[in-house]
Structure formats: C-alpha cells, structure tokens
Design a protein around this ligand. Structure first.
Ligand code: G
Ligand code: G
Ligand code: MN
Ligand code: NA
Length: 254
C-alpha cells in the first residue's frame, strides 16, 4: 500500500510527466504521430518506470484518475504545439482496461477534447487486446462512439493477446501496433518475419494501418518497409523524449 499512497501523492503534487515518442512513416521518414508515455519522478528525485507502477495503479483503481490526467495533459500539450505552429499529427494515449471499462470513459474523452477546443481527429487511443476481449457488447459500443466522435483507435502490443482474429473484424480500429517482441529479431528470425508479414497482410485486407513497435535498427526498418508495413516507432527513430525535444523533432524537415 506504500506505493499506492505514493501514487496518490504523485497525482496531487503533480509529479507525473509525459514524454513523447514519434511514429514515423517508413517510406518518407516523416513523423506521422506520437505516443504519450507517462513518467514519474518522486519527491526524492527518483524516476520510476511505468512498468513499476502502472500495474499497481490498475489494481488499486487509481489508473482511472491517472489515466484522466494523462489524457488532459496530452490534449493540453497538443493544443500548445498547435498554437506554436508545429505540424499537427495525432497524439496517442495508452488506455488501460479498467480505465476503458469505467462507465464515464467516453464522456471523459469527449469533455477533455471539448474543453481544450481540440479536434477529435488529433487524438488516438491505444487499447490492448486484454481491454477489448471482454464484454463485447459494451466494448463495441464505446469503440463505435469514440470512432463516431472522430478519435482514432489502435490495438497496442498486437499479436500478444488472444489473437482471436474474428473478434478483430467486429471492432472498428484504425491501426495495429505489431508488438516489439516480434520486431526484435527481424529480419533474421523466420518465424517473426512470417508473423510480421501476416499482420501486415491482415491490416491491408481490413483497411487498418500497421505500425511496428520497438524498431531499433536500420535493417529492421528496411525489412518492415519491404513487406509493406506503413509505420514504425522505436529507438531507431527516437527514444521517448520530453515535450521540448519532441517539438524540435517535429519542426525538423524529414
Ligand atoms: O514508457 P515505457 O517506457 O516504459 O512504458 C512501459 C509500459 O507502460 C508500456 O506498456 C506502456 O504502454 C505503459 N504506459 C506508459 N504510459 C502509460 C500511460 O499513460 N497509461 C497507461 N495505461 N500505460 C502506460
Ligand atoms: O506497451 P507500449 O507499446 O505502450 O510500450 C511502449 C514502451 O516501449 C515504452 O516502454 C517505450 O519506452 C518502449 N520502447 C519504445 N521504443 C523502443 C525500442 O526501440 N526498443 C525497446 N526495447 N523499447 C522501446
Ligand atoms: Mn502503447
Ligand atoms: Na506496445
């Protein structure tokens, strides 16, 4: 419970920050989107990686409040970048299962966009398979509402969940993010190459954009581009960086 208490304090004392990692068009090299990733520096100055506190936040229910903070902050930042005259690309926010299934989730998203005067098209939500593979009727309803509003939806860590592909057909999504475990050993690993190709083919047949996560080398980027994967994200292009650094990247010509 010490960690839970520390997280409450972190929220109240504004100890969370967002870093941003570009998503890149593999053909042009241009930045076509960005993912907001939470960071926490406690009062002693120690940085905590999200893997160390997001699960606790999820178990305690605090993720609902933290997730709402992330959404507000990402939208506030998006407005600030737009006002600074930077190219407009969608900002993606990770949504955890509890947060998505909270009764007020859709209304929260709608209100945050509206209060920031932000076009829904500039927001994307990253959901995991774990989020969408329960309570189909409710999930489909919320996803449809979000899409009708204009918010883009992507499936994070694609391929690591149940991967019941017939479910995928029923859910309206804009992008599949190939999990980085399938990218790490590209291009040499024949199984991973086959998986990546299958996901790209699936995306193409469904009209869904495919983005590879965890792209760390030129060889991986080259292979992915060769099989028709449209976008990449990873250290090869940029680590997650603070908002000022991200604005610099966005302002650079591709
Ligand atoms: O940012 P990486 O650097 O360490 O993130 C690790 C994990 O934490 C990833 O699975 C990522 O999706 C998750 N994560 C990062 N930021 C957020 C956030 O704002 N909300 C949720 N729910 N998960 C996040
Ligand atoms: O689950 P999610 O995709 O939201 O997780 C994003 C996580 O992946 C963050 O922890 C981020 O720091 C990490 N990440 C981003 N790019 C790379 C990369 O090229 N290699 C590795 N190993 N991790 C990455
Ligand atoms: Mn993600
Ligand atoms: Na991921």
């Amino acid at each position: 419970f010490a960690l839970e208490r520390a997280l409450r304090r972190a929220l109240a004392h504004e100890q969370f920050r967002l870093h941003y990692q570009p998503k890149v068009d593999l053909r042009s090299g241009r930045i076509v989107g960005t993912e907001a990733l939470i960071r926490w520096q406690d009062e002693a100055g120690t940085w905590h990686p999200p893997d160390s506190f997001i699960p606790v936040a999820e178990e305690s229910g605090l993720i609902v409040a933290i997730g709402e903070w992330v959404l507000r902050e990402a939208c506030r930042q998006q407005v600030a970048w737009q006002q600074a005259g930077l190219p407009v690309v969608p900002v993606a926010v990770n949504v955890s299962p509890l947060q998505f299934h909270h009764p007020h989730f859709f209304e929260t998203v709608r209100t945050v966009l509206e209060s920031n005067g932000l076009a829904p098209q500039t927001l994307e939500l990253e959901l995991t398979e774990a989020t969408i593979l329960v309570d189909h009727a409710h999930v489909a309803k919320i996803m449809t509402q979000l899409r009708e509003l204009g918010v883009a939806l992507s499936i994070d860590d694609f391929g690591t969940g149940y991967s019941n592909l017939s479910y995928m057909k029923r859910f309206p999504v804009d992008a599949f993010k190939i999990d980085r475990s399938f990218v790490r050993d590209l291009p040499d690993d024949a199984d991973d190459a086959a998986i990546a190709q299958a996901i790209v083919a699936l995306g193409r047949s469904m009209g869904v954009t495919v983005i590879a996560e965890g792209v760390e080398t030129m060889a991986q980027a080259h292979f992915l581009r060769g099989i028709g994967c449209e976008q990449g994200q990873g250290y090869q292009f940029s680590r997650p960086v603070d908002p000022d650094r991200y604005a610099e990247l966005l302002a650079l010509p591709a």
